[in-house]
Design a protein around this ligand. Structure first.
Ligand SMILES: *Cc1c(COP(=O)(O)O)cnc(C)c1O
Length: 380
């Protein structure tokens, strides 16, 4: 079966008792025992729940393929899923992360996991020589995010996996921006995939969640599963249900997001008020060749640097009518944000940069909105 079909059927969660064609929502926190056994395999919702199990089957299949041995664990947020991967390491282990990794991941590493005993270095992951030079004897994990946030840098996932595996380190790839529609890190050699399902998988800006998908249910995944149940940052049944509902249309939404983002990127690249556009689908993008090789779609995220510094960029964001000024991404509605303000004083993001999550409105309306906002902001 192909991706679109799996996205609709891979959770196998129809209820045989009722014939429901959509998955039942199992809100029960506890499950009946028979003398000494659990006939249905469920005990207590923190450790296992049928609706969560359905979502986990679905995500494992979409990242790992229908015949794969992949397994998934769903968490209360992308950040909780990220944390579970770091928590599965031991104090003293060294982690290599991208210098422009999602700022929440960098903050977690600096403020929680460095004090807890992980050694952490940040490196430009689009530069393979820099990655190789940063490896240490105790390097156990390489964290990859491609495209990166917010500069849309592309890292060569297969090449990074080869470098990591040569020194017995594993690779975890944050696939939130690309989604399994556009990029399958497990097929490129990654050991773990992490998602903020809050974004494209949920797809409608109404459910917060995350997941870790492992190539196999090995010891490492068993540890992540144990962290999920024992620390308890699990995804609620209703959020699992909303996420499955979102995933049904993921392939079609990603095609629309990509088509619209390419149209907007081409428009911005020609605009007199624009200094630079970062979108891997443009042939002028530094990572275009690698992206074309490892992605089947270039996705719906782009960033733009305007002439005239932070003030002009903020004025552009202030003048849009269809783009909503808000953080986050991956919903059907288009969002615009001045990223450096969101990231705070430690941000390395250029001050004239706006990050755009391109939604599913008509692309001509999005282009007209940006055009009038750029004109309004540069008129002074
Ligand atoms: C949003 C995001 C996260 C964090 O996910 P939450 O669900 O907000 O905790 C992690 N990585 C990337 C790339 C993201 O965009």
């Amino acid at each position: 079966m192909r991706f679109e079909t799996l996205a609709i059927h891979a959770d196998h969660s129809k209820d045989p008792a009722s014939g429901d064609v959509t998955p039942p929502l199992h809100l029960s926190t506890t499950f009946e025992r028979e003398s000494s056994s659990n006939p249905h395999g469920y005990v207590y919702t923190r450790t296992e729940n049928p609706t969560r199990a359905a979502l986990e089957r679905l995500l494992a299949t979409l990242e790992g393929g229908a015949e794969g041995a992949a397994e998934a664990a769903a968490f209360a947020s992308g950040s909780a899923a990220t944390a579970a991967v770091f928590q599965s390491l031991a104090p003293g282990d060294h982690v290599l992360a991208p210098s422009d990794v999602y700022h929440g991941t960098a903050r977690q590493l600096r403020t929680v996991f460095a004090p807890w005993g992980l050694a952490v270095d940040f490196v430009d992951m689009s530069d393979l020589a820099a990655v190789e030079a940063a490896l240490r004897p105790n390097t156990r994990l390489l964290w990859v995010e491609s495209p990166s946030n917010p500069l849309l840098k592309i890292s060569d996932i297969a090449a990074i996996c080869a470098l990591a595996h040569a020194v017995d380190a594993v690779v975890a790839c944050d696939n939130t921006w690309a989604t399994p529609v556009a990029q399958r890190p497990l097929e490129l050699g990654a050991d773990l995939v992490v998602h903020s399902t809050t974004k494209y998988l949920g797809g409608h800006s109404d459910t917060l969640g995350g997941a870790v998908v492992a190539r196999t249910g090995d010891e490492r995944f068993a540890r992540i599963r144990q962290i999920q149940g024992s620390l308890g940052a699990v995804l609620s049944p209703f959020d699992c249900w909303l996420t499955m509902r979102g995933v049904r249309t993921l392939a079609y939404r990603m095609r629309g997001h990509t088509e619209h983002a390419l149209a907007v990127a081409r428009f911005l690249a020609e605009h007199a008020a624009v200094e630079a556009v970062h979108y891997p689908g443009l042939p002028t993008h530094a990572g275009h060749a690698v992206a074309a090789r490892q992605m089947s779609l270039f996705g719906g995220m782009l960033s733009v640097q305007t002439h005239g510094g932070a003030e002009t960029a903020m004025a552009v964001a202030g003048a849009t009518h269809i783009f909503t000024r808000a953080t986050s991404l991956g919903g059907v509605e288009s969002l615009i944000e001045h990223r450096a303000s969101v990231e705070g004083p430690e941000s390395l993001t250029p001050q004239n940069l706006l990050r755009l999550s391109i939604g599913l409105e008509h692309p001509d309306d999005l282009i007209e909105d940006l055009d009038q906002a750029l004109r309004t902001a540069t008129r002074g």
